[in-house]
Design a protein around this ligand. Structure first.
Ligand code: GN1
Ligand code: MG
Length: 549
């Protein structure tokens, strides 16, 4: 075993000092905070990515520089494991520890202990592929990352400016190159070719699809959506809007998937939507997707992650049946507690549904347990996973009728159009468009699969959110004691009532979610529970938000 290249690390580490008095944390979304304080984190993540690659025998590790739907001055970074998945959970704590070493000496000592404890063979090669979104702080942060990659002696590949899902795709494509599981060509063009080719096969012979407005949140999705539009041609005419990636302050401002989902209204659009016209929004790094349309009365209707899950899971279920594979391939759905009760009812009447704690990694892992696992967060992040066994079945199955053969081909192409590494707004969009084309559904018909229960999400600022502990996939509070019983009492007073309280993993708040059959009741329940949480955990009466009941 060779040792750490201490001199190389030391000289470069001194150029990327950690700001004092700041504690960094690798959370659900990696490191995420103001871009201007992330320089040292980037350098250290470069080294960490190199070490992760060495630990995994030189497999390529991905690094994505983005802060997704956050405001423009924010930035962030997350690591991607060799199959295109999120970083293994146990390494999150290592990332946090290394990011917080006070100075170069402490950092070197921490690295040494880390490499020894994890038995990392430092003589192994290391490869890292990285990309960034369009944020102004990106170039300098990537330069710091490159210093880290160089310091540990890893080979870096710059994938330039692209979306988070493209980076995840690249990682998997690079690591499967030349194997029987080859995921696709390891380039953005390869990604676009793969998705568009599968989509064209899926909609061949279907009637002309009306053009689709795509709100790109003035982010990196604009670049890839414009390229995808070229590949799709008139098979699906995309109208990318909010594509001003260089206009200061435009990113995620009054547009994008997060805005639409949280505000439950239209984003600002440069064109007027006609009644019934479908439109969708991506978030700032294009891994979330929300659809919507205006009805004849001009009223806004949102088709969120739950509606996407319902549409696609039902369709995959129908295809497996039509192919004669329903006894061999079990389709299941994974949701979180934030899934609308209307969707859970609709889906569980048709397919197995599992509820897991918030956060993509929980959903992804649970979905892997099904033969075909469909997972979506209500906020529009999700994908469909085909297990290796079901991929094998699809490639070897001998259909006995032409109808079975058609359904089988659709399933095979469906698995290709979907980015199975991570939630991918553009890939999910092609999946949705496929189902709509096959079913001849308008947005309105899709919307009518089930009725969303009115709901309300409220943030409560508390002294210490860490005292909040939950069970049953975050649907029940076990600490602070006594609060859950009071929530239950309140919920029982509302028709169709459901509410839960959990600490956020990304913001220093506690979130309250409530739904009920009637809008006013959902709001009332949410604000009552919020008031209860505030009062029970010693909230200052002088600062109690007025909407709390
Ligand atoms: C209610 C909600 O939308 N929560 C989001 C949010 O998590 P919180 O732990 O609720 O802050 O950010 C996560 C990361 O982006 C996302 O996975 C999750 O769905
Ligand atoms: Mg995102």
């Amino acid at each position: 075993m060779s040792s750490l290249p201490v001199d190389a690390i030391r000289s470069l580490a001194d150029q990327h000092p950690k700001p004092s008095h700041i504690h960094f944390q690798y959370g659900t979304a990696g490191f995420r905070t103001k871009g201007e304080i992330l320089d040292s984190v980037m350098f250290r993540v470069g080294i960490l990515a190199g070490l992760r690659s060495k630990k995994l025998d030189g497999k390529t590790i991905g690094v994505m520089v983005t802060a997704s739907h956050n405001p423009e001055p924010d930035n962030g970074v997350k690591l991607v494991d060799p199959r295109g998945e999120m970083l293994e959970t146990s390494w999150e704590a290592h990332a946090t520890a290394l990011a917080n070493a006070k100075n170069t000496d402490e950092f070197l000592a921490a690295l040494d202990t880390f490499a020894t404890t994890l038995k990392i063979d430092l003589s192994k090669p290391a490869k890292v592929v990285y990309a960034r979104d369009t944020r102004p702080s990106g170039p300098a942060l990537v330069a710091a990352l490159e210093d880290g990659i160089a310091a540990i002696g890893a080979e870096g590949r710059d994938a330039g400016i692209t979306t988070t899902p493209v980076l995840h795709y690249l990682v998997r494509a690079i690591n499967t190159k030349g194997t029987k599981d080859e995921y696709g060509e390891d380039s953005e063009e390869g990604y676009l070719r793969k998705l568009s080719a599968a989509f064209k096969k899926l909609v061949a012979g279907k009637s002309v699809i009306p053009p689709l407005v795509v709100d790109c949140a003035n982010g990196v999705g604009a670049k890839v959506a414009n390229e995808l539009a070229e590949y799709l041609g008139d098979k699906l005419r995309l109208i990318p809007v909010n594509t001003s990636t260089t206009t200061p302050g435009a990113l995620n401002n009054a547009c994008g998937a997060d805005f639409v989902k949280t505000q439950q209204k239209l984003p600002s659009l440069p064109i007027e939507l006609k009644p019934g016209q479908r439109a969708c929004s991506l978030d700032g790094d294009a891994d979330r997707l929300i659809y919507y349309y205006l009805d004849d009365r001009g009223q806004f209707h949102m088709l969120d992650g739950d509606k996407i899950a319902a549409l696609s899971a039902a369709f995959i279920g129908e295809l497996t049946k039509a192919a004669g594979l329903d006894s061999k391939i079990r389709v299941g759905i994974v949701q979180t507690a934030y899934a609308n009760g209307g969707s859970t009812k609709y889906l569980s009447e048709r397919l197995p549904v599992k509820c897991v704690p918030t956060g993509v990694k929980h959903l992804h892992h649970a979905a892997e347990k099904f033969d075909v696992g469909v997972y979506f967060e209500a906020n529009g992040h999700g994908t469909v996973l085909f297990s290796p066994q079901s991929q094998e079945i699809l490639s070897t199955y001998q259909p006995s009728t032409p109808a079975q053969s058609t359904a089988l081909n659709h399933l095979i192409n469906f698995a290709e159009v979907i980015n199975q590494t991570v939630g991918d707004a553009l890939s999910d969009m092609l999946m949705v468009e496929t189902v709509l084309a096959h079913k001849s559904y308008s947005g309105e018909e899709w919307d009518s699969l089930y009725v969303d229960l009115p709901n309300r999400l409220v943030k409560v600022v508390v002294a210490d959110r860490n005292v909040f502990k939950t069970e049953d996939a975050e649907r029940r509070l076990i600490n602070p004691p006594g609060i859950q019983a009071k929530i239950d009492d309140l919920v029982h007073r509302y028709e169709g009532g459901r509410a839960f309280v959990r600490p956020s993993g990304t913001e220093d708040v506690v979130r309250v979610y409530a739904e009920a059959t009637v809008r006013t009741q959902a709001d009332e329940l949410a604000y009552r529970v919020a008031g209860l949480v505030y009062d029970e955990t010693g909230g200052d009466p002088a600062h109690r938000p007025i909407e709390f009941l």
